[in-house]
Ligand binder design. Sequence first.
Ligand SMILES: [Zn+2]
Length: 848
Amino acid sequence: MPGTNLTRDEAATRAALLDVTSYSIDLDLTTSETTFGSTTTIRFTCAEPGAETFADLVDATVHEITLNGRSVDPATAYADSRIALTDLAADNELVVRADCTFSRTGEGLHRFVDPADDRVYTYSQFEVPDARRVYTTFEQPDLKAPFTFTVTAPEHWKVVSNSPTPTPEPTGDGKAVWRFAPTQPLSTYVTAIVAGEYHEVLDTYEGKHGEIPLGHYCRQSLVEHLDVEELVKLTRQGFGFFEEAFDYPYPFGKYDQLYVPEYNMGAMENAGCVTLRDEYLPRSRQDRSFYEFRNEVILHEMAHMWFGDLVTMKWWDDLWLNESFAEWACYHAAVEATEFTESWTGFTNARKNWAYRQDQLPSTHPIAADNVDLRAVEVNFDGITYAKGASVLKQLVAWVGLDNFLQGIRGYFRDFEFSNSEFKDLLAALEKASGRDLESWAQEWLQTSGVNTLAAQFELAEDGTYSSFAVRQSAAADHPTLRRHRLGIGLYDAVDGRLVRRTSVETDIAGELTEVAELVGQRQPDLLLLNEGDLAYAKIRLDERSLATVVGGLATLDDSLARALCWGAAWDMTRDAEMSATDFVALVLSSVGSETDAFGVARIPGYAALAVTQYSAPENRAALRATWEQGLRKLLENAEAGSDHQLSFARAYAGAAHSEGALGDLERLLDGTLTFDGLAIDTDLRWTLLSALARNGRAEADRIAEELERDNTISGQEHAAAARAMRPTAEAKAEAWEIAMVRDDVPNETQRSVVLAFQQFGQDEVLAPYVEKYLTAADTMWEDKGTQRASTALEFIFPKQLASQELLDRVDAWLESSQANPAAKRYVREGRADVARALAAQAKDAQG
Ligand SMILES: [Zn+2]
């Protein structure tokens, strides 16, 4: 039984047989609050008349199927999420009339009622295979066709799709019909319908290829937070950059960006109809990293209009390329065309750490994953696909040269416009443009797994100069590939209280040991920094002297990217049990106050918090917790009024607070008797403070309910659900467990909030029973709750806080015996790996 799966082979067979001429889709969103009418007409040709195939449709009630004028009985033809199509003609017309189901999980057509004003909003989310939850499809990216949408909705709604919005035609009963013009040929997964009581702001971009109408949309209750001037500015900067760099006019006529509620991801590149999570319209003060990231998301989706929507992967094997390209392009565009000129530093401080972490989990896989079916695609949509892929693509750009890279891309867009391609097609285009052979590069970087570690190996002469110098490369035993790296090496000395670069070299690294003759005779610097410029994708080690320099004075290093590499090295060494958690926390407390990179300020306190709660030795933990809490109090006090540092430290202090004094501070910040100049205790910060009190048993349900009355929004509801789940009582955990793991009526974003809040440090006693409950749930959750709910829950509710050998043994026994879905087992294995890592780090911290 295929269930909702589809294999690569099935898709290839169907693509060889069919050519889709057109889709006409008629949706009626006025029939009920739980379902909607969906009538699809697909015209397609068949290369072998008489052959059979199938169409896809999930979770629908099918009323009528007509194939070439012949009525087909749904009772026999529609089974297992497929409609069997037999005795095909050379030219075919399939008509399917059905009722489909509104989604509450963000998959398909999601329906949301805003608690702030009871207004109704819907939006579609189709990637990877969920268009078939809204209309009848051939659900695979390489059967492109023009789509004609017709939508019936309440007259006062806005309805937006891939084609420009037509004038609605009232039908006289409070409803209207929107008849959209046919689209360019599209893959099903980038089609879209967004309909509801949305607020609309229209504008235009005027560029070298003419005008592009722009639309921005959000819920009515968020209108005051829609900073549309800023969004239009960034959108214009993006189009200006990409139309020039790609030398190809924007292909989809108009460009709407819709900020939608309860969104599972960051955003989605529907052709001309981009959806983004509406948390990107901040209702409270946010730091610069928030805006920098939002800018990257906007540019990422825009880059997909060319790479992904205009030229589309044939099958999901090339999903990595789709995402890696959009990632690389968005950082490149941010630096070249927007005010966020140091975005590559943020990439190092945030995205690359994500890639390194993911690449060391047991679930790691080659960037070019072998996605044999949709199940495989779902589990491979991860940090390897996005962040490692982008790191490696950045390296490829350096390898072939930016100009050659862009020249190759331009030819590729023209050659494959409105059709599909494979990675080898891009590689051929880049080889042609650059004259370099890229086969072996692709083999080494895309078809193997794991991250290498690079460390300096040297001897010193009596005068303190290097008498020998080499870079040693190593790999994890499970993934032993050693690779070629382009590596910068920087030498920094302490001069008048600053760390100043004396010199740097760039060299190619290959194999286990690479001699660097240029450095022989150089005086040993105070800081030897491998991967200067961050060209390589590799973990780097600091030698003993360099580590001491970093611990003693990272803040005196002026270059933000060099600092990001030092932060990354120290964090990797801590995670790998080569630097103690205690030392890492000391480094953060001494240097994060003068960090200038937005992502550095925002993220690094989080790494330190993890070091305190998971990587510290049990015997050191109480003291380290106190040091961290009090250190943050000082950082908060000393931060410049109104600065991002102040906001970041206030949040981190709330997260660390556990002493009477600190909890009292949180109370007084909430009631206004304690203030810090420039720190507004706004809605989101109030929830941060209240959640911290709840976690420490200082805020009960009535107090949380009171706060929810002040903030009766969907965000307020999610924060309240999380705060309730954080409370350290058996009752609170039982209630939270129901929401996170059992109930089916909980919307996706609320479930996620509760899942993330469930496991809390210092609540071992009430959390202990949830080891067995977790493993029991993992046995069947994938089938019972579906991809979205199961993946969220199994990843984040794993009992990491209870790290012990006993836990490892129990999980091993479960992995041995459970018949759970491999996707579910993946998350259990990852949780286990995190626990094993924590135990090793704890042992290191115990040695001091
Ligand atoms: Zn993307």
